[in-house]
Each structure stands twice: as structure tokens, then as C-alpha cells.
Design a protein around this ligand. Structure first.
Ligand code: 5GP
Ligand code: ZN
Length: 119
């Protein structure tokens, strides 16, 4: 299957990986909406909210809580927005949860610099 996120999981496409276990991988978005913008994806290919396994979804939410703590500790974020797109607004057809930090004051850090802080 020609899925860019499956290729990231296999390691065929590199990514700035922040966290990984048997069920999920968390990596920095290549085109961040804000510094520290990351994606949580299941290692099994599910397209969207309709077909994802409920236990996997629960695990993704547990990992989101962990990543929220990491972002507070390491980047001092002032808020966090979680987005998960489906259907016509979903570009990559492999389920992913966006974690998008908010800062009261702009942080001028690129993806590489953020990776060095969070890794
Ligand atoms: P969607 O609109 O499907 O919710 O968003 C897909 C997201 O995946 C976008 O924010 C986009 O920047 C990100 N993305 C697409 N291709 C890659 C990639 O090859 N590597 C990484 N790290 N992020 C990607
Ligand atoms: Zn996939």
C-alpha cells in the first residue's frame, strides 16, 4: 500500500521520532503549525475514526496525556489543541492525532531544534 505514514513506521521515510511503543509512533510534523506540533499514529494502518480499533484509540489518548506533560515540562507550552481530521479535510489517509502547542510568546525554533529539546 502506498501510505506515507506506513513508510515512516517501517523507517523507509525518516522522521523526528519523539516516542514509540508497540502500538504507536509519535513524531514531529514536517510542516508545523507551531513549534512542537506532533502527530500520534497507530502502527497498524487504520484510515480514520470510523475504522480505528477502540483499544488503540484509548492508547492513543493515553499517549496524548504523556506528550502533553512532555510539552509542558520541556517547552513550557501555554496551551494545547488536539485535532484529528477525517474525510475531505484529511490529507494523509492513515489515522493521526495532531497535538498543536500554543505559546503566549512566540518561540522561534525550527523542527530540528525542537527535536533536540524533546528527544
Ligand atoms: P491531515 O490534513 O491529513 O490531518 O494532516 C497531515 C499532516 O501530516 C500535515 O500536517 C503534514 O504536514 C504532515 N505530513 C505529511 N507528510 C509528512 C511527512 O512525510 N513527514 C512528517 N513528519 N509529516 C508529514
Ligand atoms: Zn498507513
Amino acid at each position: 500500500m502506498d501510505c506515507i505514514f506506513c513508510k515512516i513506521i517501517k523507517g523507509d521515510i525518516p522522521s523526528y521520532t519523539i516516542y514509540e511503543d508497540n502500538i504507536v509512533k509519535v513524531f514531529l510534523d514536517i510542516n508545523p503549525m507551531s513549534p512542537g506540533h506532533m502527530l500520534i499514529i497507530p502502527k497498524d494502518h487504520y484510515e480514520n475514526l470510523d475504522d480505528i480499533d477502540i483499544n488503540v484509540l484509548t492508547h492513543i489518548n493515553n499517549v496524548a496525556k504523556k506528550m502533553h506533560n512532555l510539552l509542558k515540562d520541556k517547552l513550557n507550552i501555554d496551551g494545547l489543541t488536539i485535532i484529528q481530521n477525517n474525510g475531505d479535510v484529511q490529507e494523509v489517509k492513515h489515522y493521526h492525532m495532531h497535538l498543536k502547542p500554543f505559546y503566549k510568546e512566540n518561540k522561534g525554533l525550527n523542527v530540528e531544534e525542537i527535536y533536540q529539546i524533546l528527544k
